[in-house]
Design a protein around this ligand. Structure first.
Ligand code: S3P
Length: 183
């Protein structure tokens, strides 16, 4: 096939909290020997506060601003797996920036699966509750933003390594096409 993109593009994982972006990024990195980053950790390194602490002390707006900067820094990398915070797709500009240098893959999960994964877990101040009904409402609020990402993988009941292999195939099949489209 002609006009293949250079192999240095990024594989970018997006999706709601609890869809497993960070776990999948770590698994992909291990399986294929790639470096990986997580935009939440880039924000944390820049601010000296975790995303949750930042949202509580300085508000969501300031967190989103720093997240946008983290997205730009991540998109400037080459050949990385990039895990993103769940709110990254809420800003169209973030998606445009990441799509310039990477293949975007949305991870999905049902509200029931998310409720199981998020119960009693990490500190997530933007969630009113981690029951399936609260999560379904929040997912609905964000539906349009997530739907803007054309490639998606459902994670319910999936083995992490299987999922990583599937994500990798999706990446290989799409990295050339996206580069040619100039997106
Ligand atoms: C957020 C998701 C979190 C973190 C912050 C806001 C969101 O990341 O960025 O708490 O708005 O969905 P995870 O998706 O890694 O939990």
């Amino acid at each position: 096939m002609k006009d293949r993109a250079p192999a240095a593009r990024n594989l970018v994982l997006l999706g709601f909290m609890g869809t497993g972006k960070t776990s999948l990024a770590r698994t992909l990195a291990g399986l294929y020997g790639l470096p990986w980053v997580d935009t939440d950790r880039l924000v944390e390194a820049a601010a000296g506060l975790s995303p949750a602490e930042l949202i509580r002390s300085r508000g969501e707006g300031e967190f989103r601003r720093l997240e946008g900067e983290a997205v730009r820094r991540a998109a400037a990398l080459e050949g990385h797996v990039i895990a993103t915070g769940g709110g990254v797709p809420l800003r169209e500009e973030n998606l445009r920036t990441l799509a310039r240098t990477g293949v975007l893959i949305l991870l999905t999960a049902s509200p029931r699966t998310l409720a199981q994964r998020l119960a009693g877990g990490d500190d997530r101040p933007l969630l009113a509750g981690t029951d399936a009904a609260s999560l379904a409402a929040k997912l609905e609020e964000r539906r349009a933003a997530y739907q803007a990402i054309p490639l998606a993988l459902a994670t319910d009941g999936r083995d992490l390594e299987d999922l990583a292999r599937e994500a990798w195939q999706l990446f290989l099949r799409n990295r050339g096409r996206e580069a040619r489209d100039g997106s």
